[in-house]
Design a protein around this ligand. Structure first.
Ligand code: ATP
Length: 385
């Protein structure tokens, strides 16, 4: 096992902005690190530079103590699992898993022992004589993982390994990968564009945008203290609501209502700005009629028009349409496009308790937990709270 240390890593393909731009990131020995971000943010390029499939334009890449910038991929002792599994169709499951050991000219006895152990770990024992064509998607994925873990690599690298599976299987494989990684304790870097995978799998998550590292932290840190609008909007589902607000003393005038910030720390975060973006997670709203008197007084109340509701059994979503003020419309449009969500500029999403009786078409009173809201600078996107 080994730590992976990246220092000021740059990848420049052509004349445009760098695909990876000055990324410094330490993956600790035994850690499960997720690289996440929207399509084109540079996460696969970064992974490919770790493995050695892509040259590094500048910066330093270390595996353990050793600088590997110019070390050939097969000498880095890393195992990679690709999106498309890359199994050999003419070989049995046994031989697919055995492949790296055969390549390393291990004895038949060692191959048998290791393949048997690996197959047992991945519950593939019954399928060892089958060919990949006769396996389900999930089984194929397990064979690909088997091939990666059968030899004692210093680290595992995964490039969107679950993206070809259906949603149910993806959920199942997620827990399998998590369990396996914890059991083996091997340093792992895992690339995904899926924030749910990022939040559930990793010890820590590195969020990339346009080649630039935005924030590294535990899933909880990213969720509770996102450094900017981008991370705040990317992490969490449904996404955080960003409400444009004009500032009037400690009051904020938003498209869904005017309310008092109350919290002094939040008020001081606003500083002398005239306009801010207020970030409210869907679950930080509640149906005001279900909130106790004490709690009502500790937060803010707004009266809104709900135009659609979705009942999910254990909770429900209410949608509150609004129009963003013209001066912030362009910026919110840009953010919506990047985050692939229209929610940032046209509606607020509210998560309500399943017992709430608010229905589509209602004028409803909502309570906002102001102690949990975030204040963003609309010009820089920085989280001021
Ligand atoms: P995706 O999830 O879509 O694979 P990604 O976040 O993994 O995206 P990369 O594949 O690392 O992103 O690509 C980052 C940027 O570098 C993109 O703008 C991409 O077009 C560019 N890029 C990637 N590979 C090459 C290449 N071989 N030549 C030129 N440009 C490339």
């Amino acid at each position: 096992m080994a730590a992976i240390t990246m220092k000021n890593i740059v990848k420049q393909y052509g004349d445009g902005f760098p695909a990876v731009n000055d990324v410094s990131l330490d993956v600790r020995d035994g850690e499960f690190m997720i690289l996440v971000g929207p399509s084109g943010c540079g996460k696969s390029t970064l992974l490919r530079m770790i493995v050695g499939l892509e040259d590094i334009t500048s910066g330093e890449m270390r595996i353990g103590e050793k600088v590997v910038n110019t070390v050939a991929p097969r000498r880095r002792n890393l195992s990679m699992v690709f999106q498309n599994y890359a199994l050999y169709p003419h070989l049995t499951v046994y031989e697919n898993i055995a492949f790296p050991l055969r390549l390393a000219k291990r004895s038949d006895e060692e191959v048998r022992r290791r393949v048997t152990e690996t197959a047992k770990l991945l519950e593939l024992t019954e399928h060892l004589e089958r060919k990949p064509a006769n396996l389900s998607g999930g089984q194929r994925q397990r064979v690909a993982m088997g091939r990666a873990i059968v030899r004692q690599a210093d680290a595992f690298l995964f490039d969107e390994p679950l993206s070809n599976l259906d949603a149910k299987l993806r959920g199942q494989m997620r827990t399998e990968i998590s369990r396996l990684q914890r059991r083996l304790g091997v340093t792992t870097v895992y690339v995904t564009h899926d924030q749910t995978e990022a939040m559930t799998l990793g010890d820590r998550v590195a969020v990339l945008r346009k080649g630039i590292l935005q924030q590294v932290g535990s899933p909880r840190e990213l969720y509770e203290q996102p450094v900017n609008l981008f991370v705040a909007g990317f992490i969490g589902s449904p996404s955080m609501n960003f409400l444009p607000a004009s500032v009037d003393g400690t009051f904020l005038e938003t498209p869904i209502g005017r309310f008092d910030l109350r919290d002094e720390r939040k008020a001081s975060a606003v500083g002398d700005r005239d306009v801010v973006l207020v970030g409210v997670r869907p679950e930080d709203f509640e149906d005001a009629s279900l909130v106790s008197e004490d709690k009502r007084a500790a937060g803010a109340l707004v009266r809104v028009h709900v135009d659609v509701t979705e009942w999910l059994g254990n909770e429900q979503y209410a949608y509150v349409p609004y129009e963003a003020p013209r001066e912030l419309a362009d910026q919110l449009r840009e953010l919506s496009r990047e985050l692939d969500s229209d929610q940032m500029r046209t509606q607020a999403v509210v998560s309500l308790d399943a017992s709430s009786l608010i229905t589509a078409g209602d004028e409803a009173e909502l309570w906002i937990n102001t102690s949990r809201l975030h204040i963003f600078d609309p010009a820089t996107g920085e989280n001021l709270t």
